[in-house]
Design a binder for this molecule. Structure first.
Ligand code: GLU
Length: 373
């Protein structure tokens, strides 16, 4: 087996899941946090840079508030997150202080990453923190998120952060040893996957549904996170956070957990930003010819290739491109609003002026503003 891809990785994003951080929801696992902090401090000594993405705010909040079960109502979840985030940060701050390291709290929403200016700001702040040898501790800003603006789970958030800072690797610490070909609780012949290429469709089939009920993601969100992280050239390792000395052993080259390696050339930064729009205001359904022109020939999207315009968006919005089977395969900046797009869909470029009374651009999405997923 190949050695761990982490051996060579200089900039790392380490994501820890709720059930690990909070001892399956029983309360913050201070002892484990201290072990990770010691390992991260050792990595920093080796010249590595580490960003932590930590879940557990909601689980810890529920515990602190003495609630018996996870609430369903959004504002109660948001209140729990606000309470629990305090505990989370307090615990990390204390664990890292023992190693003379400072921590920084960063709470992000999808909207922060979707807005180009805020995205660039977040990126330069994170870079500055890394230069200062401070450990950024990131979570979703659950208190202000609604369905429309949230990333939704921290596996995805970890991948978005890996892309944002162009990390070399994403380590997902979880309560499972890694990925199996099938659910080992149900299938005796399930085999452990030591290594695979991130983004391989077969992985998504293996991963199936969610696992524990403490956090948000299951194995599938981890597989999709690996696929997303691979686009900026980051490898992913899914591994048990309970494995002794896990981070240090990975860094020494030991192959633990499931390694999902990237074979892709990293997307250019701006395309990466486009591709990382998890939420979009609008969707364009393309005919087979247009989908092929985008996918295979690197062409722009012309109005004639659009069969349906969904949602409401303005000129300059990031929209999704779907093929006729409904597969979401690209993100692009729309040159026309949803209303305008509906009027010029299925029409040739030369007809735009007669229909709208003006022409902004001959393309609905220019190829320079398109990113394939
Ligand atoms: N942001 C949530 C929390 O800290 C967790 C989301 C997740 O588990 O993926 O509680």
């Amino acid at each position: 087996m190949n050695p761990s891809v982490i051996a060579e990785a200089r900039r790392l994003v380490v994501k820890v899941g709720s059930s690990l951080v909070t001892n399956e929801g029983r309360g913050l696992d201070h002892a484990r946090l201290a072990l990770w902090a010691a390992q991260i401090a050792a990595l920093m000594e080796m010249g590595r840079e580490v960003v932590l993405v930590s879940s557990g705010a909601i689980a810890e909040g529920i515990q602190r508030l003495g609630w018996k079960k996870r609430p369903k109502v959004i504002n109660e979840l948001q209140a729990a997150a606000a309470v629990g985030q305090m505990g989370l940060i307090e615990a990390y701050e204390r664990s890292f202080r023992a190693h003379h390291l400072h921590t920084a709290q960063i709470l992000l929403t999808h909207a922060d990453l979707a807005d180009r200016e805020r995205y660039l700001n977040a990126r330069s702040t994170l870079r500055t923190l890394l230069e200062l040898k401070v450990i950024p501790i990131i979570n979703e800003n659950d208190t202000v998120t609604t369905e429309e603006i949230k990333v939704g789970d921290n596996d995805t958030l970890g991948a978005l952060v890996a892309n944002l800072i162009e990390a070399d690797a994403l380590i997902i610490l979880t309560d499972q040893p890694g990925l199996y070909t099938a659910d080992p609780r149900k299938h005796a012949d399930a085999e452990f996957v030591h290594e695979a290429v991130a983004g391989e469709p077969a992985l998504e089939e293996m991963a199936g549904g969610a696992g524990s009920n403490v956090g948000t993601g299951g194995m599938i969100t981890k597989i999709l996170a690996a696929k997303r992280a691979a686009r900026s050239g980051a490898h992913t390792v899914i591994v048990s956070g309970r494995e002794p000395d896990v981070l240090a052993r990975l860094a020494r080259g030991e192959a633990l957990g499931t390694q999902l390696v990237t074979r892709q050339a990293p997307l250019a930064a701006r395309r990466q930003w486009l591709a990382d729009h998890v939420q979009v205001e609008g969707k364009l359904v393309l005919d087979a010819g247009a989908a092929k022109a985008l996918r295979k020939q690197g062409k722009s999207l012309l109005p004639i290739g659009v069969v349906e315009v969904r949602g409401e968006f303005h000129r300059g919005a990031v929209v999704a491109c779907l093929d006729e089977s409904g597969r979401d395969f690209a993100r692009g900046l729309a040159n026309y609003s949803a209303d305008e797009a509906r009027r010029i869909a299925r029409k040739t470029t030369t007809e735009i002026e007669a229909i709208l009374g003006y022409v902004d651009e001959p393309e609905l999405i220019h190829r320079d503003n398109l990113a394939l997923l």
